[in-house]
Design a protein around this ligand. Sequence first.
Ligand SMILES: Nc1ncnc2c1ncn2[C@@H]1O[C@H](COP(=O)(O)OP(=O)(O)OP(=O)(O)O)[C@@H](O)[C@H]1O
Ligand SMILES: [Mg+2]
Length: 275
Amino acid sequence: MTEKPEQQQAATDAGAGLPGAGLEAGAAPGAAPPSRAGPAAADRARQDPHDLDRLVESRTLELAALSSHLQGLAEKEKSALARTLHDELGGLLTAAKMDLSWLQSRLDTPAYQERLAQLGSVLDEAMSLKRRVVEDLRPSLLDHFGLATALRAYVDSACTKAGLMADINVPEDGGPFPKDVAIALFRIVQEGMNNIVRHAGAQRVRLELTSDGENYAFTLHDDGCGFDPKIARERWPHGIMGMQQRVRALGGQFFLESIPGRGTTLSVTVPSGAL
Ligand SMILES: Nc1ncnc2c1ncn2[C@@H]1O[C@H](COP(=O)(O)OP(=O)(O)OP(=O)(O)O)[C@@H](O)[C@H]1O
Ligand SMILES: [Mg+2]
């Protein structure tokens, strides 16, 4: 347990200068939008450092609100696109498969049969590509069986593909996760897993999800190479910043603890009354 102060340091460093990291995130949904600070405010701020602080704070809140609005829109668009691909493209491909088997049952010429079989394989590939794209856009398990099942299946399959051992501890029945919380937590775990697969060189991944009535919380831990948040911060344009932004939008807390050579732990807590 001598590691604790070092870990804490890494967590604090991860948060420094990054809105939402390890801090009570401020921009809860439904919160009144911050007042728009115009050019006059900017002029005043140049003269008074307190005004400058207020201006920076107000702009930060505006950007956070805009960012979570855009994330919400993006999720809606992905969901609509997933539905169109599933229903319309899926319908077209099924119709093509039916026509193909009609032809196959009527043409006996070997050369035609060979071509039709090739066409069948192409259609099968197109169908599985469509399934993968739809699943990436909007995980169907999330909508049909809830967050716990979707996370279990996703982390399990990502670990199997990457040859990682998975230790998954999520409640069996899933619990009542509101949709927006569920999709946000799912996306955060998705990005956390992407990072583990791409950067960690880990052997083992542990996921825990809990809900105590007041908060939803999860921890994603890997035993990989870890990293120095001070150095990585310069390269945090999207992944980690995006996770923080999602947590902030739900009024939750985001912690990232990492030590070079000792693995990385991502912890997120979101109040159940967030929405
Ligand atoms: N689990 C991890 N293990 C080791 N290093 C990590 C881990 N997660 C993040 N990192 C480090 O932190 C950096 C920032 O991660 P982040 O997700 O923000 O960006 P990225 O993965 O490089 O790019 P992207 O924008 O595509 O997500 C990574 O480049 C990597 O060096
Ligand atoms: Mg990333």
